[in-house]
Design a protein around this ligand. Structure first.
Ligand code: NAP
Ligand code: MG
Length: 398
């Protein structure tokens, strides 16, 4: 039995993901580790019972213990309000936790030789870091009904005003005002540099500073300033590179690259590019996601949701072939980080063996239906797949 010095924060979730969560713990973790977690039930019924207080408590626990692992959770909409008889349409737990930790989300694909990325030269993973604050997601918008003048005004706290004309409209049109904050861009930059160092990969950052000279120029300058002041020495010592380039140029370079770097992007660019990159690498079920805060707290999860359609089949007594790989990697990521922070080598070693066993089964042709359909193999049930992983893990632990 591998001992843990400190617990990880465990955030349980909903539907099929919750079912897989339990299966992973029973099959792959508890037989090998004296698993210590501080448990928070973020399943929708319990979020509703606690008026969502449990979500904030879990975020606080991550701040205290520095490492969390999260299961996918339902973000309520009108249909879910009815299905779960909710008291309120609770906000997305991921949004709440991200705001509480001031974190940045890094998404990286899990590669196996069985599944060829659609871009054949991408032989290493490309990790997308998306700035999840502001810009078009917090913009003020207007429909311009007809001729008139649009202006942009800033009134400072002491009452001084600056105004610029945006456009003298001669006809109807549309208008939008966006903002971002230096403090948020700084946190984003720090999270990106820290993460790139922790995974020993180069960091790329791209924006459109040739057009948005003030706006995107601020992003470029803040990244540069923080790099020079806080990270340059460590990057050079690790033989890593930070470079900024115009987004058009970055897109062209990414397509020609072999991967193996972290690509930091503004909010909208990150939204679009992360879907493109994950589609090109094959499957949402093979995509991990890590929330990193600028002061070094980590929350690991799978990028996919609660896999609702499979859950309804499961409730009908069917054995599903849901893919648990990204969820297993969320656990291995959290346990590795816990081991690194606590100096528990056996735990770090276990995380690596768990990942190897998970990929080993796939390399040997044992995989769930979503992957099987990508490489003309026959898929197995989640249970059979987890058994195949457990066998390999047991062998490597002897
Ligand atoms: P989803 O749960 O990711 O599932 C979409 C579809 O993708 C599934 O129906 C399935 O396709 C396939 N898929 C996703 N993960 C899979 C896996 N591990 N193994 C096999 N197939 C997988 O997204 P959704 O249906 O849009 O959202 C469902 C719920 O999840 C929503 O309530 C949403 O709020 C929540 N959600 C949570 C998070 C989070 O907590 N991080 C993220 C996204 C969504 P087939 O049915 O064709 O097999
Ligand atoms: Mg998107």
């Amino acid at each position: 039995m591998i001992e843990m010095k400190n617990p990880v924060v465990e955030l349980d979730g909903d539907e099929m993901a919750r079912v897989l969560w339990g299966m992973i713990k029973d099959t792959l973790l508890r037989p090998f580790i004296d698993l210590k977690t501080e448990y928070y039930d973020l399943g929708l019924p319990h979020r509703d019972e606690t008026a969502d207080a449990v979500t904030l408590e879990a975020a606080e626990a991550i701040r205290r213990l520095h490492v969390g692992v999260k299961c996918a959770t339902i973000t309520p909409n009108a249909k879910r309000m009815e299905e779960y008889s909710l008291h309120q349409m609770w906000k997305s737990p991921n949004g709440t936790i991200r705001a509480a930790l001031d974190g940045t989300v890094f998404r990286a694909p899990i590669l196996t030789s069985r599944i060829k990325p659609h871009v054949s030269n991408w032989v290493k993973p490309i990790t997308i870091a998306r700035h999840a604050y502001g810009d078009v997601y917090k913009a003020a918008e207007l429909r311009v009904p007809g001729p008139g003048t649009a202006t942009l005004t800033f009134r400072s706290a002491d009452g001084a005003e600056t105004t610029q004309t945006v456009y003298d409209f001669e006809c109807a049109g549309v208008l939008q005002g966006q903002y971002n904050k230096d403090s948020s861009i700084e946190s984003f930059a720090r999270a990106c540099f820290s993460y790139a160092l922790s995974v020993r990969q180069d960091l790329w950052f791209s924006a459109k500073d040739t057009i948005a000279k003030q706006y995107d120029g601020a992003f470029r300058d803040i990244f540069r300033r923080i790099y020079e002041a806080e990270f340059k020495a460590a990057f050079e010592a690790a033989g890593l590179r930070y470079f900024y380039t115009l987004i058009d140029d970055a897109v062209a370079r990414v397509m020609r690259s072999e991967g193996g770097f972290v690509w930091a992007l503004k909010n909208y660019d990150g939204d679009v590019m992360s879907d493109m990159v994950s589609a090109a690498f094959g499957s949402l079920a093979m995509m991990t996601s890590v929330l990193v805060s600028p002061d070094g707290n980590y929350e690991f999860e799978a990028a996919h949701g609660t896999i609702t359609r499979h859950y309804y089949r499961y409730l009908n007594g069917e054995e599903t072939s849901s893919n648990p790989v990204a969820m297993i990697f969320a656990w291995s990521g959290a346990l590795r980080k816990r081991g690194e922070l606590d100096g528990t080598d056996a735990l770090v070693d276990f995380a690596g063996k768990l990942e190897n066993a998970t990929l080993g089964a796939i390399e040997d042709g044992v995989m769930t239906g979503d992957l099987a359909s990508l490489c003309a193999c026959a898929g197995v049930t989640t249970k059979a797949y987890l058994e195949a992983v457990r066998e390999r893990l047991e062998k490597s632990m002897r």
